[in-house]
Each structure stands twice: as structure tokens, then as C-alpha cells.
Design a protein. Structure first.
Length: 479
């Protein structure tokens, strides 16, 4: 790649004057030099280079599904149009998988509903069993109270009879003892006609009557046992409590069994989430099937630069299929040296020549990382956007590029042949009052022939353009 400098110079006011004046035969005038005068004019800096035509966007198409390729007819260099079908898939296996997924969703939904319905039935059973348990508990309490009441009455009556019997038996024993004592006393008395004997005999007789009466009263006491009615009542209560106890136990068992089969909220959520996962799987398969049915369409106009797949191949999702460079948006990549890159900025205009056709361009990007060229020199890649590309542009061709860099329409100018450089900067040799003087200057834009003077010279200053060294400084000169 070569870099050239182009000059657009238009004289403003007084043109550059080339003075070649020879003085001969005049002693003391000094040596005659070829000179130029500094004058104002227009100067522009251009970078002339070349590069390669490329699409600004390079699109690599990847497989969106895992499926066999049923049709692909692409070769490197083929031109493709936006929305054109580039590849189609065989969708048989995906269609079958989607059908199975739909059936799984239906089965999952039915299973979910069945589990929830069964849970609701068990909840109802649990509620009924709990209610029955409470009812049997109350009935048992009532029956026990009734049975206890009957037994308590019988106990109270038996206690009272016992107390009466004990009292009568004690009285009988006391009177029998008294009668025996008095009878013994009578037996000892010899005078049976005495008043004492008769009195004592009467007491014995009265005691006998009392004992007989008490014995009769004792014999008349109830035996303290249950009556048939009471016995029947207690038997009924016992049987009823047995039935209640059995039903109560069954209600407790039914409640525990039903409770264990009731779904809690977390279990219901889990069943719902499992069903949602099945639905999501079916949705993903439907989306995949749709992508496979759509195939691969061109996203924009372009040229195929690489192909990685062929008809019949089974591609996995994410596999690269082919690459297309855009022809809707085109650029030329050029490599610039460290000298030229300082002159270039993004947004600068350029002229691009591709296969004999000229296009307007704009500097669109300057890479921030230098690369080595074929001669192992560092170069910076600059992209020049083709403003209005057409069908005549062929990607991969070499293109000539002229980048219009800086411009100044009113600059003080001198030929580049008048300038030198050393450690202190740029300088030139001027003739001031017939004497050679070395002047350091500040330079600006430089073209192939002229350079802008920013400081150090004035308009109409005469500068020597012949080769010269510092040895001539201070000598007389003419022009």
C-alpha cells in the first residue's frame, strides 16, 4: 500500500512568486540563490491509500433448533436477498414430539384435577368424621351420666337399708342381752310370788315382745338389689355406650385416614407447578417447531462468505450454519501508518474508487489497536463507510481511497523544499537585508508540495529553496 499527498492550492491575493535572479559582474552582492516568497493561499491535506471492500455487518447464522436440514443451496459468493429462504428443516420428529407433549399436558391436567377432587372429597369426609366424633362423644357422656345416675340411686337406697338393718340388729342384740340377764336373775330368785319377781318377769316378757317386733321389722326391710326396671335401664345404657364407643372409634379412624389424604396448600402448589412445567415444555416445543417450520431467512441483502452445513445433516441448536456480509451497508478498511493516522478523524469525507466507479465516503471508525502489516510495521485500521452503495460493488475487491483531511483556505504557504528539521524543530533559511538568516517556524497542514506556516515568517518573506547548510548563515546573498 502506498501513501501519497495531494495538494489543492489556490492563490488568494498575490500568487507565489518564483524568483530566479542572477546577478553577475556586480562585486559585493553575494551568491545568488533560488528563492520563494511566503504568500497566502488555500491548502488541504489528503491521505491517499487503498484497502479492501467489505460489508459493514457480517452476520453468522446459527441453528435455532436441533433438526435435520432438508434443504440448503448456498455456496460462497452467492448473493442473497432480504427475507429469502436460505435453509429449511425436516420437522417430522419435532411435530411428533409436540404431539406427545400436548398429550402429556392433557394427562397432567387430568391427573391434577383428579388429585384436587379426591382431596376435596377427603376434606368432606374429614369434616363429617370430625362432626360424628363430637356427636358420639356427647352421646357417650349423656349415656354414662344416665347410667351413673341409676347406680347412684341404687347405692343410696342400699346404704339406707343397711343403716336401718344395722340399727335394728344392734337393738335386737341389746334387748336380747338384757332379757338374758334378767332371765338369769329370775332363776336365782326363790320367791316366785314376790313383787320383785313378778316385776322382773314382766320386764323379761316385754323384752321378748320388743325383740320379736324388731326381728319382724328387720325381716321387713328391702334386700337393696336393683329392680327389674332399673336393671333394664342399666342394661340399655350399657349396650348404648358400647355402640357409641364402637362408632366413636370408627369416626376417629375415618377422620385420621381422610386427613392424611387431604392436600395442603404447598402440595397443591407443587402439583400446579408440575403441570405448569409440562405446559412450558409443550410451549417450548411449539416455539421450536414454529422456528423449524420457518427455516432460516436472510436478515438483509448480502453475499455468502462461508457455508458450514449441507443437506441431510442433523444440526444442533447453536451450530453455525453460514456467514453473510451485508451489501446494504458497505465499507473499505484501509491501513494507515503512524504518520498518516494523525491526520485522520472520524467524520472526514473521502473519495472511493471501486472497479472504475467513484463513490462518496465517510470515515466511520478508527480502531484503537494497531496491527502488523506484511513488513511487520504497525498500522491502524480505519473504516471508510460507502455513503451510497449500489449493485456494482463487489465485496473483497481492492479500492482506492482518498481521505480529505484538514483544510485551511487562508494559510501562509511555502514550498516543502525550503524546510529542514533538527532537535529544536522545523526551520528554513531566509534572506533578510541581503544576509542569510536561519529561522525556526511553527508548521501546520502539509501537502505534497506546500506547507502551512503558523508562526515564524510573514507574508512576502524571501526563503531560500536551494540546498543549504548552517555554514551559509551570516553570508551575503542575492536572488
Amino acid at each position: 500500500m502506498s501513501t501519497k499527498k495531494a495538494l489543492i492550492l489556490a492563490a488568494v491575493g498575490v500568487g507565489l512568486v518564483g524568483c530566479v535572479i542572477f546577478y553577475a559582474g556586480f562585486a559585493g552582492k553575494g551568491k545568488v540563490y533560488q528563492t520563494e516568497q511566503a504568500v497566502y493561499g488555500s491548502i488541504s491535506e489528503a491521505v491517499d491509500t487503498d484497502g479492501t471492500v467489505k460489508g459493514e455487518r457480517e452476520i453468522t447464522y446459527y441453528a435455532q433448533v436441533t433438526a435435520p436440514v432438508s434443504q440448503v443451496d448456498l455456496q460462497v459468493g452467492d448473493e442473497v436477498s432480504k427475507d429469502a429462504a436460505l435453509l429449511t428443516y425436516d420437522t417430522y420428529d419435532l411435530e411428533k414430539a409436540y404431539t406427545e407433549a400436548i398429550l402429556q399436558v392433557e394427562a397432567s391436567e387430568s391427573g391434577m384435577k383428579a388429585k384436587i377432587q379426591e382431596s376435596s372429597k377427603n376434606a368432606a369426609k374429614y369434616a363429617k368424621a370430625n362432626a360424628d366424633e363430637e356427636a358420639y362423644k356427647l352421646l357417650y357422656a349423656w349415656s354414662r351420666a344416665d347410667s351413673n345416675y341409676v347406680n347412684q340411686d341404687q347405692y343410696t337406697e342400699s346404704y339406707q337399708i343397711k343403716c336401718q338393718s344395722d340399727s335394728l340388729q344392734k337393738s335386737i342384740a341389746d334387748k336380747t342381752k338384757q332379757s338374758a340377764e334378767k332371765t338369769a336373775a329370775l332363776a336365782k330368785m326363790e320367791d316366785h310370788n314376790s313383787e320383785e319377781y313378778r316385776k322382773l318377769a314382766k320386764e323379761v316378757a316385754d323384752l321378748g315382745v320388743d325383740v320379736a317386733s324388731l326381728q319382724k321389722e328387720l325381716a321387713a326391710l328391702p334386700n337393696g338389689q336393683l329392680t327389674p326396671s332399673e336393671n333394664a335401664h342399666l342394661t340399655y345404657d350399657a349396650n348404648l355406650m358400647e355402640d357409641i364407643s364402637r362408632n366413636w372409634t370408627q369416626a376417629v379412624t375415618d377422620a385420621a385416614t381422610a386427613e392424611g389424604q387431604i392436600l395442603n396448600e404447598e402440595q397443591k402448589k407443587q402439583i400446579q407447578k408440575t403441570h405448569e412445567i409440562t405446559e412450558l415444555s409443550a410451549d417450548n416445543l411449539q416455539e421450536t417447531l414454529q422456528k423449524a417450520a420457518d427455516g432460516v431467512l436472510a436478515l438483509e441483502n448480502g453475499i455468502v462468505t462461508s457455508v458450514h452445513v449441507e443437506k441431510g445433516a442433523v444440526v444442533n441448536k447453536g451450530t453455525p450454519l453460514f456467514t453473510v456480509e451485508s451489501t446494504d451497508s458497505v465499507k473499505v478498511d484501509v491501513e494507515l501508518s503512524k504518520y498518516d493516522i494523525a491526520k485522520v478523524e472520524e467524520g472526514q469525507k473521502a473519495d472511493i474508487n471501486i472497479a472504475g466507479s467513484t463513490y462518496a465516503g465517510t470515515v466511520s471508525e478508527i480502531k484503537r489497536l494497531a496491527v502488523k502489516d506484511g513488513t511487520d510495521k504497525a498500522k491502524v485500521i480505519v473504516s471508510v463507510h460507502v455513503d451510497q452503495p449500489d449493485d456494482g460493488i463487489i465485496l473483497g475487491l481492492e479500492a482506492d481511497v482518498v481521505i480529505h483531511a484538514h483544510e485551511n483556505e487562508n494559510a501562509l504557504l511555502l514550498p516543502v523544499t525550503a524546510f529542514y528539521s533538527d532537535d529544536q524543530g522545523d526551520y528554513c533559511y531566509a534572506i533578510v537585508n541581503g544576509i542569510i538568516v536561519k529561522k525556526y517556524v511553527e508548521t501546520g497542514i502539509e501537502s505534497g508540495e506546500y506547507i502551512e506556516i503558523k508562526n515564524g515568517l510573514a507574508e512576502q518573506d524571501v526563503v531560500i529553496t536551494d540546498a543549504i547548510t548552517d555554514d551559509a548563515v551570516g553570508q551575503k546573498a542575492s536572488y
